[in-house]
Design a protein around this ligand. Structure first.
Ligand SMILES: C[S@@+](CC[C@H](N)C(=O)[O-])C[C@H]1O[C@@H](n2cnc3c(N)ncnc32)[C@H](O)[C@@H]1O
Length: 278
């Protein structure tokens, strides 16, 4: 499955679509700060897999870390480059597949590898090989952190196969409306999940001040609707832990949310922090 094409289609609307996702940022930046303090170094060598538009990378780079940002979607990387162009140490931007990380990043060169905002769910079935390669890219004792989710049966029943309104984003001349429809198919180990994202621009009479810089405010000739189809594969949380251990990681922590509360049965979100035992 090519997890990049949906984000290629979303383009600059990605940041508008997920403008309300913010709780993970302090978690990942504080993780980097804590590791730097532990290593006694002001900055780290960090790799973000599926870095997208630089929502997280831009903050890590602004803090002085040397970040390598890997993503398949070139439209996202374009936003990332724009966003970080004024940073003192701009990230190294790599258009590529995270599953090739061991050929894209020098081996043994990274202190921290991150996959924020569920990016691993695009490559779930390849996680064992990917985790083994992440170990190769990390320095001994390096840290790997990511977040994933696995819906409860109640969530599947409540959201499956129906269009749900996600959010509205006012722009200078109208507003973007985002709707989503999730379609779940049972797999032996979890759910195959497709999420149809529909972005529709609606003109409004009143002029509003944009809260986000939406360069996609359409001209008269521009298409006023955009679609993206996300393809994810979720598995039980225990599977992620088992794959980490099998690859040679020691678990630092597994959390049910970014406030650091421990992962419990029934949590839909899971955040994993592991350390290379090599
Ligand atoms: C939900 S977005 C997360 C982006 C960013 N990390 C953030 O937190 O906003 C997932 C990203 O993973 C990228 N992606 C999906 N499959 C990929 C793959 N196999 N290799 C590299 N990037 C991939 C997508 O293009 C997208 O930018």
């Amino acid at each position: 499955m090519d997890g990049g094409s949906a984000y290629e289609d979303l383009g600059e609307l990605y940041d508008v679509w997920c403008a309300e996702v913010a709780e993970d940022l302090p978690f990942y930046t504080q993780l980097a700060d804590a590791l730097a303090a532990e290593l006694g170094r002001p900055t780290l060598d960090i790799v973000e897999l599926g870095a997208g538009s630089g929502r997280i990378t831009s903050h890590l780079a602004a803090a002085g870390h040397r970040v390598t940002a890997i993503d398949l979607a070139t439209s996202q990387l374009e936003v990332l480059r724009d966003r970080t162009s004024h940073t003192e140490s701009p990230p190294i931007v790599v258009a590529g597949d995270m599953r090739d990380v061991a050929t894209l990043v020098p081996l043994g060169s990274s202190d921290l590898v991150l996959v924020p905002f569920r990016g691993l769910l695009h490559v779930t079935t390849d996680r064992d090989a990917l985790f083994a390669d992440v170990i190769r890219v990390l320095r001994p004792g390096g840290v790997f952190a990511f977040d994933v989710f696995h819906p409860t049966d109640a969530q599947v029943a409540a959201t499956g196969d129906r269009w749900l309104h996600r959010r509205l984003e006012p722009t200078a001349t109208g507003r973007w409306r985002f709707d989503e429809r999730a379609t779940y198919a049972r797999r032996s180990d979890g759910w195959d999940l497709r999420v149809d994202v529909r972005c529709r621009w609606e003109a409004t009479k009143r002029l509003r001040r944009p809260r986000v810089d939406v360069r996609a405010d359409p001209s008269v000739d521009a298409p006023t609707e955009r679609h993206a189809l996300l393809h994810l594969h979720t598995v039980e949380h225990a599977e992620w832990g088992a794959s980490l251990t099998a690859a040679g990681f020691e678990l630092d922590g597994s959390y049910g949310w970014f406030d650091g509360r421990p992962l419990s049965v029934g949590d839909d979100d899971a955040i994993w922090v592991a350390r290379s035992a090599h």
